[in-house]
Ligand binder design. Structure first.
Ligand SMILES: C[S@@+](CC[C@H](N)C(=O)[O-])C[C@H]1O[C@@H](n2cnc3c(N)ncnc32)[C@H](O)[C@@H]1O
Length: 793
């Protein structure tokens, strides 16, 4: 027998996502009684579905419709209606009367919150027959309103039975939109298969099957042999688009018997999944005859369970069956079991009449324990950040708070990489026997390197500079510059307490700094040998690192001076992210009118990268690059001639109307082509950056020291680095693209000399012949509202 393990690093202490397992019976027509409900819970489930109406209501609706058909015949025989008059669409339609207590066993009970109300599968909201469609909508509205009255929080609605019939799907979508208004508090969850898997079609008979069976046969004949695995997603996309990405609209995804290809799995991963439903026929039997899921199923479920809001699981038609529940003994009898019952129960190590644990639920519990434990990147705090929109920091315009610096400092990976880069730079400085800027005519052999940390914050990079110097046995004079007056106080204190007063702390904007002074002769200015800065944003240059470094690079010793970082690049990839789109739409509705014109910092998670990697067109593509120091700077040349106090003017007009063009060298433009073999919809562009902190100057084969937040590079270049989340450039309107399309992304980094901002546009081209592309869609030109000011006042 296994003993409880008290070792906190033992397996049993590792955290994993929890499974919340429910039970659904497609042949259940009434809400479970209290005893039945308890029975299901003790069989290993945590919640159940409950039909909103029962067979009595179904019969009533069927009779009503039959009577209506008879009535129409009477209109012909008794009132003499001609076929033309009978076809008049203004003839009275059948109206479903309100529910009676015989029509439903759902009521506002204490556990209503743990019941998932299930709307009737026999209606057909997509029916081409206007009468059946009308009856279906009426039934649906009656059910939704009643479940809402009872206090149900979630209503599950069987999805359309077929895709591709645009008329039916749009009718269905409209009905869902109405239901969201009828029930203003509940979540509506559409129960859909991942794809139309042959043999797993919905079996429940609908009004259309009863009254218009020939329509169904026609549809069957239309079905092609080839399976298009994206048709269900197409239907879902129509439904949620008609419902304006309502945040109360979710998917219950039926897990198929055959796990589909990754592209489809990822597409559903990005959608608002509330439930994963698994039918009995998805399970296989293992050698011992117990239910089990294939490795592919396990991997897919494990992935979906990593979502911030983990989907709930519903096992369908796996028991306890309606018959078993109907034959439960009276709860009083249960207290007095027969001898045979008592003996059986003792054998099964349970109380008499206590049900045995359901084999399917037990297997799911086993899978719950088999999930990989949460990794370092899945701490509760980091999980909370998933898909959470933050406006980007503006460290130049705003002064950061201590707590924000503390968050930066919590990530050792960034600082380790910086330390590595500084160490290499110092070591190679010696190896290459470069002169130092501390050398003077009176002390020409001075080997002290002048190192400046520009934008020192609370000083973590200064500490790393000192460590690198100690490691490489390099004598240094360190300067720490910071424009944030509060952080400056912190730096002064740190200098006394931790750095032994060996750092010169200056409160200044780096662009206005006079430069370092010689220790031997403080009246003389000198140059910087190594300039360390970390002014990088999620898109590299979006926190104005290029402009800030422009203003200090003239202090760098030429030709030997080194900037760490040496360079940085911005990268893009188009993404589907319905949840972020819904979130941003909600912000616009509540007054943030520029939410779609804001590049958001966000830990992208429930997203689908729609572009595939093909030769010449990777999934993540570089937008542009900045390299430091810049070899020629007109401002620096001007200052050399006229002195720093003289104001540089180009005398020209830059690329922007009204600008002089003094910052035009920091504008950028890119035009990128992404290839999408499968169809889909995009909601914006994911942005990333990488940076070469230091590239060896001695050994050309040596790997540069880099940091990267690119999903396909981060593990190689700076594993587990959490200092930066990606950036998201949203699109105001979701942009649909057909299969075999190309997404052409244009982006600009713009400046008018006083501000910097981004503009972006996406166009869709579809291949319509071996050599012909046709433009089939475009976004509008977006321009970032949060323009970064180049001055901090
Ligand atoms: C992203 S923080 C990095 C802070 C610190 N180096 C670290 O790694 O924790 C950037 C810092 O640069 C400072 N900063 C930004 N622009 C500056 C400028 N033009 N002159 C001086 N400091 C600046 C900000 O106040 C902030 O403290």
């Amino acid at each position: 027998m296994s003993q409880g393990n008290l070792n906190p690093i033992a397996d049993s202490f590792e955290n994993r996502p929890s499974f919340y397992i429910g039970q659904h019976d497609s042949h259940r027509y009434d809400v479970l009684t209290d005893d039945q409900y308890t029975h299901v819970l003790t069989s290993g489930f945590q919640y159940v579905t409950a039909p909103i109406t029962n067979r009595h209501f179904f019969q009533r609706v069927v009779s009503l419709y039959k009577n209506y058909l008879k009535e129409r015949e009477q209109w012909v025989s008794e009132r003499g209606l001609t076929p033309t008059q009978l076809a008049n669409p203004s003839l009275p339609p059948p109206i479903i009367p309100t529910l009676t207590d015989e029509d439903t066993s759902l009521s506002p009970c204490s556990h209503i919150g743990s019941l998932i109300a299930y709307s009737s599968p026999w209606i057909d909201l997509c029916s081409p027959d206007p009468t059946i469609a009308s009856i279906s909508r009426q039934v649906f509205n009656i059910e939704v309103a009643y479940a809402n009255f009872c206090g149900a929080r979630t209503i599950m609605v069987p999805g359309p039975r077929q895709d591709g019939d645009s008329c039916g799907i749009v009718q269905y979508a409209r009905a869902i939109l109405e239901a969201l208004q009828v029930a203003p508090r509940v979540n509506i969850v559409i129960h859909l298969p991942m794809y139309r898997e042959p043999g797993l079609e919905e079996k429940a008979q609908t009004l259309s099957d009863i009254f218009n069976p020939q329509n169904g046969e026609k549809e069957d004949a239309k079905k092609s042999k080839e399976i298009d695995i994206f048709t269900v997603w197409d239907s879902w996309n129509t439904i949620r688009s008609v419902c304006n990405y309502n945040v109360r609209l979710f998917v219950a995804l039926r897990i198929p018997r055959r796990v589909p290809e990754k592209t489809l799995q990822e597409r559903w991963f990005s959608e608002p999944l509330h439930f994963l439903t698994i039918g009995k026929n998805t399970f296989q039997q293992n050698r011992a005859g117990h239910p089990a899921l294939s490795r592919h199923h396990q991997d897919m479920i494990n992935r979906y369970m990593r979502l911030k809001v983990t989907p709930w699981l519903i096992l369908c038609d796996v028991g306890p069956s309606a018959e078993e529940l109907a034959s439960l003994p009276d709860s009083k009898d249960a207290e007095f079991p027969s001898l045979a019952e008592a003996a059986k129960a003792t054998k099964g190590n349970r109380k008499p009449h206590q049900p045995s644990i359901n084999a399917y639920a037990a297997y799911m519990r086993y899978l719950e324990r088999q999930q990989p434990p949460y990794s370092n990147m899945e701490t509760p705090a980091l999980i909370q950040f998933q898909d959470w929109l933050q406006p980007p920091l503006q460290p130049l315009a705003d002064n950061l708070e201590s707590a924000t610096y503390e968050v930066f400092e919590g990530d050792p990976v960034k600082y380790d990489q910086y330390e590595k880069a500084i160490t290499e730079a110092m070591a190679e400085w010696k190896e290459l026997k470069k002169p130092t800027s501390s050398a003077t005519p009176s002390n020409p052999k001075s080997d002290e390197l002048i190192v400046t940390v520009a934008g020192a914050g609370r000083g973590p990079l200064v500490t790393r500079v000192l460590r690198a110097a100690a490691k490489t046995n390099t004598r240094v004079q360190v300067w720490a510059l910071e424009k944030n007056q509060d952080a400056y106080v912190y730096l002064l204190r740190k200098n006394k307490q931790d750095w032994n007063n060996q750092v010169t702390v200056v409160k200044t904007d780096m662009r206005g700094w006079e430069g370092p002074r010689l220790r031997d002769d403080p009246s003389a200015l000198t140059k910087v040998d190594i300039l360390v800065s970390e002014l990088l944003g999620s898109f590299g240059d979006n926190e104005l690192s290029p402009e800030c470094l422009d203003g200090i690079q003239h202090h760098l010793a030429r030709p030997h001076g080194i900037s760490i970082p040496h360079s940085y690049t911005a990268h893009l990839s188009p993404i589907s992210t319905p949840k972020l789109y819904a979130d941003i739409s909600g912000r616009v509705a509540t007054g943030d009118v520029n939410a779609f014109m804001t590049p958001w910092v966000v830990r992208l998670f429930a997203i689908d990268y729609v572009a595939q990697h093909v030769p010449g067109h990777p999934r993540f593509q570089q937008a542009w690059e900045f390299v430091h120091p810049v070899g020629v700077s007109r401002i620096d040349d001007f200052a050399d001639v006229h002195g720093k106090a003289a104001r540089y003017a180009t005398g020209g007009v830059g690329a922007m109307a009204g600008s002089a063009g003094s910052n035009d060298h920091n504008t950028r433009h890119c035009h990128l082509t992404f290839v999408c073999p499968t169809r889909g919809v995009i909601h914006g562009l994911a942005g990333f950056f990488e940076s070469v902190l230091y590239a060896s100057q001695t050994d050309t084969g040596k790997e540069p020291v880099e940091i990267s937040i690119l999903p396909d590079q981060i593990d190689r270049k700076s594993k587990d680095m959490i200092s930066w989340f990606p950036i998201f450039f949203p699109l105001k309107t979701p942009l649909y693209f057909p299969q075999d399309s190309e997404l052409e992304v244009s982006m600009w980094r713009q400046t008018d000399d006083s501000k910097v901002w981004y503009e972006w546009l996406v166009e869709v081209y579809a291949w319509v012949g071996p050599k012909t592309r046709m433009k089939v869609g475009s976004s509008e030109l977006h321009s970032s509202h949060l323009r970064k000011r180049l001055s901090n006042n």
